[in-house]
Design a binder for this molecule. Structure first.
Ligand SMILES: Cc1cc2nc3c(=O)[nH]c(=O)nc-3n(C[C@H](O)[C@H](O)[C@H](O)COP(=O)(O)OP(=O)(O)OC[C@H]3O[C@@H](n4cnc5c(N)ncnc54)[C@H](O)[C@@H]3O)c2cc1C
Length: 430
């Protein structure tokens, strides 16, 4: 008879830790998931503000191409909580003119499905619209390099400053949470290719119709149902013995390790990982606002607007300039601009504005930063790494987090399950 496999400790109940714990529990391993906070979700959570409203720390959105995250939702019985568009349809409002233009999926096959929308993209001149197509063509073949910035690549492919400011930078801010000049061409081109060119369905948008906390709670319930133990308010201070999956951000991992490891050649690379902030302004009204569920803005300061019932959320990516500004000032400035792009709020006064600043919202996929993303298998026996910042193609997203959790679980299962009667590695974890 084979000895029982030792229990695995998963540290951190963000999307990476939840997905790792879920895969291990599905494979029948004994697991404990330890989370320092009193609730799960990590960087995607919700909270009750003093007025009683439930507010997300920040609006989260997925696309159809986030296949791992979508199958995670299926596993926890929450697919219906993040409905996907039947066809890509994204309104863009030009804050300078108030005019709306739509990026929408046509019936043309990929990679041509956005061609009609790009040719009709009103914020740009006719000449600049044609230039978008030129870059799009190059993007499908060129993988880019980690040494060059996306901005330099775009300029090298004939993009004007207007095309960058009013189109490419908006996409870069949305998917990579930073400016084209701060992210690598390789990371940017991967994101654009995957989301916009490879498949016609890929950019269909999914917006949660429940607070983010409900999705994380469902994952916890499923892990417990499968026999896993989930402990909140349990901060791990030092790396314990035994099989461990660390699913914490890079900086938190370094705090867990012995000094000689932190300074050693493997882990020290992660120390230089930079982060980028996101600021969300949630305007709460006393009655529902008539507005599209979401729209993008260009030509002003607002990046995205999301409306649900009596709540309108502005989501500002790469928002370093907003981090230390007083709330009252931000509320005034952004509400003035909101009135220009969303007529339904012109005669309304919000009863409250909740501003959430996430200083370390995402890692920056800067030129040269690829080498800071550590692989799942480490020089410390039985320590596996997960977390959206670990090695992988995706930028800092829930998709990257879920993929990393699965990768770590697969490695742990492979190494811990006794041969030859080893449990089959689940297909979803391969
Ligand atoms: C405002 C905002 C908006 C975003 N928008 C999107 C979006 O639209 N789409 C998208 O895909 N992604 C988005 N992201 C990014 C996404 O949220 C993250 O990439 C993802 O959630 C990271 O998951 P993770 O599990 O790797 O890390 P985390 O979520 O950071 O989880 C790590 C967990 O470990 C815990 N922990 C840390 N140290 C310890 C310790 N010592 N002991 C125990 N527990 C510990 C933490 O409390 C945390 O719960 C957004 C992020 C923010 C902040």
């Amino acid at each position: 008879m084979n000895p029982p496999t030792p229990p695995v400790l998963v540290i951190g109940a963000g999307m990476a830790g939840l997905s790792a714990a879920l895969e291990l529990a599905k494979a029948g391993l004994r697991i404990t998931l330890a989370e320092r906070r009193p609730f799960p979700g990590g960087r995607s959570y919700s909270f009750r503000d003093p007025s009683g409203a439930i507010v997300d720390n920040g609006q989260h959105v997925i696309l159809e191409c986030c296949a791992a995250y979508r199958s995670f939702l299926e596993d926890i019985g929450a697919s219906d909580r993040v409905p996907l568009q039947q066809r890509t349809l994204i309104p863009f409002v030009d804050a300078r003119t108030g005019e709306t233009t739509w990026i929408q999926e046509s019936w043309l096959p990929a990679p041509l499905h956005f061609l009609p929308s790009l040719l009709a993209y009103k914020p740009l001149s006719w000449r600049d619209r044609r230039l978008l197509l030129r870059a799009g063509r190059a993007m499908r073949k060129d993988r880019g390099t980690d040494g060059e910035s996306l901005g330099a690549w775009l300029r090298r492919h004939g993009q004007s400053e207007d095309a960058i400011r009013l189109f490419w930078n908006h996409s870069s801010m949305t998917i990579l949470n930073d400016d084209v000049d701060r992210v690598s061409a390789e990371q940017g081109l991967f994101a654009f290719r995957t989301c916009f060119f490879e498949r016609r369905e890929a950019a269909r948008v999914g917006v949660p119709d429940v607070p983010l906390g409900e999705i994380a709670d469902r994952a916890v319930a499923r892990i417990r149902q499968l026999g896993g133990v989930v402990e909140f308010n349990r901060k791990i201070d030092r790396l314990p013995e035994g099989p461990v999956i660390s699913a914490v951000p890079a900086r938190a991992l370094l705090d867990l390790l012995p000094r000689d490891q932190v300074e050693g050649p493997f882990f020290s690379r992660a120390a230089g990982m930079k982060t980028s902030p996101i600021v969300n302004l949630h305007f709460l009204f006393d009655a529902p606002i008539e507005a599209p569920r979401f729209f993008a803005c260009v030509g002003g300061r607002i990046h995205w607007v999301f409306a649900r019932d009596a709540q309108v959320t502005l989501s500002q990516s790469g928002a370093r300039d907003l981090m230390d500004r007083p709330n009252a000032e931000l509320q005034r400035e952004f509400f003035e601009e909101l009135k220009r792009v969303l007529p339904a709020v012109r005669d309304r006064t919000p009863k409250r504005c909740v501003i959430v600043r996430e200083r370390d919202a995402t890692f920056v996929p800067a030129p040269g930063a690829k080498g800071r993303r550590l692989p799942c298998v480490t020089p410390i026996p039985n320590l596996f790494l997960a977390g959206e910042w670990t090695e992988g193609e995706w930028p800092s997203t829930m998709e990257a987090a879920v993929l990393s959790g699965r990768r770590a679980a697969t490695e742990a299962i492979r190494r811990l399950t006794p041969e030859p009667s080893g449990r089959a590695v689940p297909e979803s974890a391969r």
